[in-house]
Write a protein that binds this ligand. Structure first.
Ligand SMILES: Cc1cc2nc3c(=O)[nH]c(=O)nc-3n(C[C@H](O)[C@H](O)[C@H](O)COP(=O)(O)OP(=O)(O)OC[C@H]3O[C@@H](n4cnc5c(N)ncnc54)[C@H](O)[C@@H]3O)c2cc1C
Length: 469
């Protein structure tokens, strides 16, 4: 075996997987996991840990796998990450822990994400759970409300419960998990995995109340009146951005959020067994280049589309999607058109989409994101024929909470302003974190924010109690 290369992971073949919603990656067997784990150099000053927003002791959990102790490996992981089977599947490790792995200098970095998935799957399949007992000695009494059950809310709630706090999550949807259930498709993250990891948190003391829209059903001041001493707002960034071009209100133009919610949360892919179909045609254009765009494109292909194109305004090099998912999308036959910006969606007399008019771009100087700005080329209009358009160009926080609680200071696009170290907002006792305070980001960064906020909330409760003595 060439030690510079990682142990490959089995995947469903592209021709088969486009006909189903089953998981694409099949994960490592125990033998493969041990083989891959043996590549880890067990660095004394492990750079990889610096790349993990929740601070997993990466060499330790990998060493346990190598030594044939997956139970211990899982225990080590769970101390820092209460959603390991999820993170092992969806974290962008290539830009985080794996990017800092020294093996990456001369070959391929250790497949940390795949090993994390292995340890978490092993524990689940062997009925092995560890709960929170003994994970922290930082205990305090108190009652805290968390708004939103995505990765930020779940992690904060777990840390608080672990610290002895009575914690209730209020979730507006009928299922907990946030983007993990309504956004990321089954073939990347099976919903049974999310349910399992959320159930572990419930068993360990996290209460989750669904179908409560904070800002409508209850406001933040109502939560304080109900006896909650602190509130953590983790309501994510679920409000889709639109292109604001002519034709965007034609039939069969969707925001990726609506499209993916219908598919993932409402089970449109199981229609007629599920009673919420989604109407798409045969030629689908997805506009955008992030994970959301890849998910929308790959779901379309698994529904009724014959051809799916992704239209992205920059080049392959700037594509923000995870590399693995871009590669998977290409393998499945998704067609990528780079350096194009839609300027109009065209339709017929019945109001249905018939095509997209684009301008070709050149790359100019870098913009504030550091990526080279797309500059439209005058006179380069081109029309492509499509019967469905899915817009996946970004999301911002939903303003519902803020409309009922304007005291919370916000910045651009309704992002709640927080102290990044503590998650404290402009209102004492109210903390926020995850996408609602950063804009659309990643699962692990939301989890990191949830952890930091939990620590600050515990400090806040302690100070309050001292003050009341
Ligand atoms: C399609 C898609 C694919 C993605 N793929 C990846 C990926 O592969 N890897 C990765 O790392 N990241 C990915 N991301 C980004 C990642 O999922 C998010 O950054 C992460 O989920 C943010 O976590 P959060 O807890 O802040 O918010 P969310 O996951 O958005 O959770 C917020 C929760 O709050 C609830 N809520 C909102 N408003 C209210 C209210 N008023 N009252 C009560 N509840 C409320 C929402 O219903 C939701 O359940 C993806 C995002 C999308 C949309």
């Amino acid at each position: 075996m060439d030690k510079r290369k990682r142990v490959p992971v089995a995947k469903q073949k592209p021709g088969e997987r486009v006909k189903n919603f089953n998981e694409v990656s099949l994960g490592y067997s125990e033998t493969e996991a041990r083989q891959e784990a043996s590549r880890c150099l067990q660095c004394k000053k492990a750079a990889c840990i610096q790349g993990c927003p929740v601070g997993i002791n990466i060499p330790e959990f990998i060493r346990f796998i190598r030594e044939g102790q997956p139970r211990q490996s899982f225990k080590s992981l769970y101390q820092k990450n209460v959603l390991p089977a999820i993170c092992g599947r969806v974290c962008p490790q290539e830009t985080q822990c794996e990017q800092l792995c020294v093996l990456g200098k001369k070959g391929e970095p250790v497949a940390i994400g795949r090993l994390e998935r292995f340890a978490a799957d092993w524990a689940r399949e062997h009925g092995h759970s560890v709960g929170f007992k003994g994970l922290t000695s930082d205990q305090v009494e108190g009652k805290v409300a968390v708004v939103g059950s995505g990765p930020a809310g779940l992690t904060c709630a777990a840390e608080l419960a672990n610290g002895g706090v009575s914690v209730t999550i209020f979730e507006s949807l009928h299922r907990p998990g946030g983007v993990l259930v309504y956004g990321i498709p089954e073939f990347r993250l099976p919903k049974s995995i999310v349910t399992y990891e959320v159930d572990q948190l419930k068993k360990a003391g996290v209460e989750i109340v669904t179908d409560v829209v904070v800002g409508k059903t209850l406001t933040i001041p109502d939560l304080f009146r109900l006896g909650y001493q602190s509130v953590f707002v983790a309501s994510g960034a679920g409000l889709p951005s639109f292109l604001r071009i002519p034709g965007e209100n034609l039939l069969r133009v969707y925001s990726a959020n609506e499209f993916l919610t219908r598919v993932n949360l409402m089970g449109a892919f199981r229609f007629p067994e599920a009673d919420t179909p989604v109407d798409i045609g045969r030629r689908v254009a997805v506009i955008g280049g992030g994970n959301v765009a890849m998910d929308a494109a790959r779901c379309s292909l698994r529904l009724s589309a014959d051809e799916v194109w992704v239209l992205y305004r920059r080049t392959e090099e700037e594509l923000p999607a995870r590399l693995e998912e871009y590669e998977n999308a290409k393998e499945e036959g998704i067609i990528f058109q780079f350096l194009v910006s839609p300027v109009e969606i065209l339709g017929n007399a019945d109001g249905y989409v018939t095509g997209v008019k684009v301008l070709r771009n050149q790359l100019g100087e870098p913009d504030e994101s550091g990526r080279r700005r797309p500059v439209p080329v005058a006179g380069s209009e081109t029309v492509f024929n499509f019967d469905t358009v899915i817009v996946a160009i970004g999301q911002n926080p939903n303003p519902i909470i803020l409309l009922s609680f304007p005291q919370l200071k916000t910045g651009k696009n309704g992002i709640i302003e927080v102290d990044p170290e503590t998650g404290a907002t402009s209102v004492p006792g109210v903390f926020a974190g995850g996408d609602v305070s950063t804009g659309a980001a990643t699962v692990i960064s939301a989890m990191g924010a949830g952890k930091r906020a939990a620590k600050s909330i515990i400090e806040y409760l302690k100070l309050r109690q001292k003050g009341n003595r």
